[in-house]
Design a protein around this ligand. Structure first.
Ligand SMILES: Cc1cc2nc3c(=O)[nH]c(=O)nc-3n(C[C@H](O)[C@H](O)[C@H](O)COP(=O)(O)OP(=O)(O)OC[C@H]3O[C@@H](n4cnc5c(N)ncnc54)[C@H](O)[C@@H]3O)c2cc1C
Length: 291
């Protein structure tokens, strides 16, 4: 039986190193569980202490302030990331990277995950966000999700029960994605590989992958594209300190030159205000902001 003291626990962890924006202060308490038992234990421990916590995957869709982050973080990554193939199903622990899951699927001639290969997140983060690209989304491939509920019990939810929508799911604060079962279709390794390479090329051509970012900063407003609204508002290349609206893809805010989280936050607010003034539409951040 594991006790809380046996779970890897670090203090003063740089969030700039844990997020793809490469900004943010220190996390005062950083737990790195390596099993579902440890996830349940942490969940129960925090519930009994009346303490909120935050789950972090690969940090590719989050923005933390420059100041110390006091809420304990549960980091789900490499330490809890096994992938098992069973016929046309893949069972994945929450910390596995989507790119790795997509590669395993391809190697087993299972199709349906090409869209996910270039998304730099964990499967846990992808479930929370219903991550998607190029016409595919997690909703299309999820069979069931095992969740650790508040207080440390596990619960299996079907895809329908996850209530996936555009970049959202039924996940609530205090709940943790622990394991996911994906159901894929039989395919052809060479064809899957070709598709994955095509999508990778499209990303390299269109996205500013050479700079730190959190991908598309804003959600797509119905009937519009955030990037086009930003471009049409004259904001291509707009800068605040070291943060910039990418010249290559206006939907991406990038850490162009040693930005602070405050630079990025100010830029996001400026973009929202100016786009609203010029186009009459309020953009909503897709990035989860903890500031
Ligand atoms: C260059 C780039 C390109 C991108 N392209 C795309 C794209 O094409 N499509 C797309 O949808 N997204 C894209 N993203 C955004 C991001 O990669 C996805 O949203 C991804 O699914 C986030 O996963 P993560 O593990 O990094 O989650 P994090 O950023 O760590 O967390 C995101 C949210 O999920 C929660 N969370 C994470 N793991 C868990 C868990 N196990 N249990 C409960 N809650 C959890 C966090 O609390 C947070 O609220 C891109 C990002 C970058 C940097």
């Amino acid at each position: 039986m594991t006790s809380i003291d046996q779970i890897t626990h670090e203090q003063k962890v740089s969030l700039a190193k844990e997020t793809t924006f490469r900004v943010g202060g220190e996390a005062l308490d950083f737990y790195i569980p390596s099993s579902e038992e440890e996830l349940c234990l942490l969940s129960r421990y925090f519930k009994e202490a009346g303490q909120d916590f935050l789950v972090l995957g690969n940090g590719s869709n989050v923005l933390f302030a420059d100041t110390p982050f006091k809420t304990p973080i549960i980091k789900i990554g490499d330490a809890y990331s096994s992938i098992t193939v069973d016929g046309n199903r893949i069972h994945v622990e929450a910390g596995a990277m989507l790119s790795k899951v997509a590669a395993v699927a391809r190697d087993h001639a299972l199709s349906g995950l090409c869209f996910a290969a270039g998304i730099p997140g964990t499967i846990g983060g992808a479930i929370c966000m219903n991550a998607g690209a190029y016409g595919g989304e997690m909703k299309d491939v999820v069979e069931s999700v095992t969740i650790v509920t508040e207080g440390g019990k596990t619960e299996v939810r079907s895809c329908d029960e996850m209530d996936f929508g555009y970049r959202r799911s039924a996940m609530q604060p205090g709940q943790i994605v622990s394991r996911v079962t994906l159901r894929l279709a039989e395919g052809d390794v060479a064809e899957i590989n070709k598709k994955m390479e095509e999508l990778k090329k499209a990303r390299v051509e269109k996205q500013p992958l050479e700079y730190p970012s959190a991908g598309s900063t804003f959600k797509r407003p119905e009937g519009y594209f955030a990037g086009k609204l930003i471009d049409d508002s004259g904001l291509r290349g707009y800068r605040v300190g070291g943060a910039m609206v990418s010249e290559k893809h206006c939907g991406f805010v990038i850490n162009y030159d040693h930005a602070t989280a405050q630079d990025i936050l100010t830029l996001i607010e400026d973009v929202r205000r100016i786009v609203h003034e010029k186009q009459g539409i309020w953009l909503t951040p897709e990035v989860k902001i903890f500031a």
